[in-house]
Design a protein around this ligand. Structure first.
Ligand SMILES: Nc1nc2c(c(=O)[nH]1)N[C@H]1C(S)=C(S)[C@@H](COP(=O)(O)O)O[C@H]1N2
Ligand SMILES: [Mo]
Length: 196
């Protein structure tokens, strides 16, 4: 029956059901950066989490000691390319937020180099996001955000801030860099929340 249903919906038979609307598979991993690539060594790298109750800091070793997870996930860029089943390694935001208390429902991610992007807490917690150090079995290249980047793979990839430096919780959903420049506040690829 399913092949008949396909005909009715007009869906292309070779289209992978894991691809959100308007996306195509990329054979390689494109680099998209709004500015120059910051070079941050793991010795100087530091991750901060600021809430209404203060700032917590972790060094490279301290953050990794919280517990590293293996992740296999698809990623979707708003410029229409996707990659499927990418292996990543990182520390879950659930693990990191378990160490702090906040009543805020939103977060601004801040990168070395000045990039920012806003994400609701509901899109960070519950096994949905990580501070990632490795992809495809290798330490993250600087071009791809090394030494560490935010990974929020169920949202468009601009939310996955490269060269992550810290998160700041916020009471309101203030727009980050691309969101101030016309990208959608939320960015769900399955709803094609590309621009607003
Ligand atoms: N710090 C920072 N993070 C960033 C960006 C950026 O310009 N600076 N670009 C975003 C965009 S638009 C995309 S699509 C992805 C690209 O990640 P990649 O270069 O590893 O493919 O990073 C996101 N994170
Ligand atoms: Mo992007």
């Amino acid at each position: 029956m399913s092949f008949i249903t396909r005909g009715f919906t007009g869906r292309r038979r070779d289209r992978d059901p894991r691809l959100p609307p308007g996306q195509t598979l990329s054979p390689d991993w494109p680099v998209l950066s709004a500015g120059p690539t910051p070079r941050v060594s793991t010795e100087e790298w530091e991750f901060t989490l600021t809430t209404e109750n203060g700032t917590h800091r972790w060094s490279w070793d301290e953050l990794r000691a919280l517990g590293i997870e293996d992740i296999t996930t698809d990623i979707h860029c708003v410029t229409h390319w996707s990659k499927l089943e990418m292996p990543w390694r990182g520390v879950s935001l659930d693990t990191i937020f378990a160490q702090v208390q906040t009543h805020h429902a939103y977060v601004m991610a801040h990168s070395y180099g000045g990039y920012t992007t806003n994400v609701p807490m509901a899109d960070l917690l519950g096994g949905k996001s990580w501070i990632a150090f490795e992809a495809d079995g290798e330490p993250l290249d600087p071009e791809h955000g090394g030494p560490a980047r935010l990974l929020v793979p169920h949202l468009y990839f601009w939310k996955s801030a490269k060269w992550i430096h810290g998160l700041v919780t916020m009471p309101r959903d203030d727009p980050g860099f691309w969101e101030q420049n016309g990208y959608h506040l939320h960015g769900d690829p399955w709803k094609e929340e590309r621009y607003w």
